[in-house]
Design a binder for this molecule. Sequence first.
Ligand SMILES: *Cc1c(COP(=O)(O)O)cnc(C)c1O
Length: 684
Amino acid sequence: MPGQTFSIDIVPDLPESICRLGDLADNLWFSWHRPPPHLFLMLDRELWWRVGRNPRLFLRYVDQSVLNTAAEDRTFLSAYRSVLAEFDAYHDNSHDGRTPFRLPDDELIAYFCAEFGFHDSVPIYSGGLGILAGDHCKTASDLALPFVAVGLLYRQGYFRQRIDAQGNQVAEYTTVASHEIPVFPVTGPDGQDLVIDCPLQQRQVHLKVWKAQVGRVQVILLDGDIDANAEEDRTITRVLYGGDQTMRIRQEIILGIGGVRALRALNLAPSVWHINEGHAAFMLAERVRELVSAAVPFDAAIEAVAAATVFTTHTPVSAGHDAFDPAMVLDYLSQVIPALGVTPERFIALGHDGGEDRRFNMTRLAVAAARGINGVSRLHGRVSSQILASAWPQVPPQENPVGFVTNGVHVPTFLRSEWTGLLSEHLGPSWAYQLMDRDLTDSIMAIPPGRFWYVKQQIKGETLRALRQRLEYQHLHNRLSSAHIRRMLRYLDPESPNALVIGFARRFAAYKRATLLFTDLDWLRAIVDHDERPVIFVFAGKAHPADEPGQRLMQEVHRIANLPEFFDKVLLVEGYNMELGGLLTSGVDVWLNTPVYPLEASGTSGMKAAINGTVNLSVLDGWWAEGYDGSNGWAIPPATQASSDYERDHHDATTLYEILQDEVIPMYYRRDRKLGFSPEWVER
Ligand SMILES: *Cc1c(COP(=O)(O)O)cnc(C)c1O
């Protein structure tokens, strides 16, 4: 027969007795509760890892006979029923006493962000901003807050990273199909998939509206990749932070203006609107337009919109804030601005930061119509009030309205289950609801130190095993010999995880100074060159594909990791994502952070480390300037008086080497003969 090929998709049927496995796969609740992944592991351990811990993919590829067997297996059924009981109890909306307060039913918080990091299987995040947004959704769900999130459904998302034999980053984009991830089309009143229109230049872009369920919280995701759009418009929501300025402004209009329209189409009337980073600030234009079209004068409309708007800024350097050529803004908003009832200049002035270049700055737009404005740590709040000082020329920066809310991390997502077990055993199951109580700290301090050491060693062993697997795969792929790889990994011993392991995993952005550790290689060599007390550094991180300096930093780490004196002491692991980040923050001994002060707005990975008993060694920047109390880790006081960048880096590196050689390494290896560990270390 002449060749036309058809593909048919055979999807296993879920037997009646276990049919709600589908519900578990469809709700991101699985990303912070261990029991659902455990069920999938019980069914087919190998497949679970092969599909990247993605429940929807798992249920497409699992063998029918495995499901049929499980449907009759008493052990499996009993586990299945208890997971569903927990799932249903969580979603039961009656007040369970564990949520500390409730907002009145007519309140609704709308939370807009360009990226969300819930789980690696949904690749619509790039880094800390997205993980924070994901954590906020999960926490809002735990607290039963009336909350809806709005973002974009990127089909190619953010890239997966490989590092080749020369230390170059290779960015791999894969297209995710909607049936592979837990997102579902929203249907309109007519029963059809809901599609809304967003004005862009002189045309309308059509956006399909999807939703993801994060526990009790809905996340609305907009998708322009549909037939109704011209090819050019189909690409707008394809890649997170991809493309040039025109792509960026299109994405931000879709997010801000399309986002408001999607909520309206769903009949939602938020009482609080949160702009998480400037990307989403065009929502203000749409909300002002709505009021103006209802005959409210422009100035009163701005006031009314501002009264219901909260803005969080995340970037401590003004050059990092999105800014567009005003002509571009006028062009792309050519349907919106005329409907605001003011001259185009009035609107453009809202985004003007007073600088010479007269660019339209998204942070300034957000500040122009938000009553709550905050940075993400105390220090970052201060820095932001200076960056934004010209918005309130009549008051000194320290008195302007820019405040701070220090970031946090969603503990159930990032605390390893081994710790959950230890805490429940010693404190009872209710500890998880007392995270804000000082008493909890005292109770934790009363747990015998040996138990901490034992649990930490267990987690570290698992981490080293996983790291070995990843590094073996990475280096075999890059054609290193097995013998060389064995030598390289000789200190990563999962059975006896006794070598001091120091982790550094972050975006390779210049200000994070990944290479500060390599400022003086002779000194570093002297520090690590001890057979009895080895010190291993594990690096991971992505550089944005367009960030060449960032990629060069990574190549420099790679170069040093290949020097004969460091090849088994400095390891660079590819594929930084939530899973690898989670492994490292929980499974190394020390979490290193060496940003240029005061450019680390918060640095939440350090919090993930801290809750998992990993000791922070960090420049006193971001959250650590508040978290460090003199005895719970180590601090590098920043060289704020240095006369040059060179002198500053040299000063910070010297402090780092001194702390490592005089404090960290001796304390870690000062093992008590009887106990087998260093009591001072556990105390720290
Ligand atoms: C927590 C987290 C971040 C943020 O870490 P920083 O401390 O800001 O570097 C970035 N990426 C991933 C995958 C994370 O889990």
